[in-house]
Design a protein around this ligand. Structure first.
Ligand SMILES: [Zn+2]
Length: 90
C-alpha cells in the first residue's frame, strides 16, 4: 500500500504536476520526485523530492499507526537534478 498522488498533494499542501520516475530509485514508494505547480495558491515550477515515512506492520503492532502504509511523516526538499540518475529536471 502506498500513497496516491492526490493524497500526497493533500498531505503536502501542494499541487503536483508530472512525476519523475527512474529505475535508480530503489525506494520508489518512499522517495518520490515531482514537479510542484502550486503551493498555498502560489504558482510554482520547481521540483521537489518527497520523503514519505510509511507505517510498517511493526509500527501497527506497537501502536504507532492504525494500518500499514499510513503516512507517519513527510518531508520534501527542492531539487534541480534527480538524486538517483543525475538527470537535470526540466
Ligand atoms: Zn532519475
Amino acid at each position: 500500500m502506498s500513497l496516491t498522488k492526490s493524497e500526497l498533494e493533500q498531505e503536502s499542501g501542494s499541487c503536483l504536476a508530472e512525476q519523475h520516475v527512474c529505475e535508480n530509485n530503489e525506494l520508489p514508494e518512499h522517495l518520490q520526485v515531482f514537479r510542484v505547480s502550486e503551493v498555498n495558491g502560489e504558482p510554482q515550477a520547481h521540483w521537489e523530492i518527497f520523503s514519505l515515512w510509511l507505517a510498517t506492520t511493526e509500527d501497527v503492532m506497537v501502536g504507532e499507526a492504525e494500518e500499514q502504509g499510513e503516512l507517519l511523516n513527510l518531508s520534501s526538499i527542492k531539487i534541480a537534478f534527480c538524486p538517483f540518475c543525475g538527470d537535470k529536471l526540466p
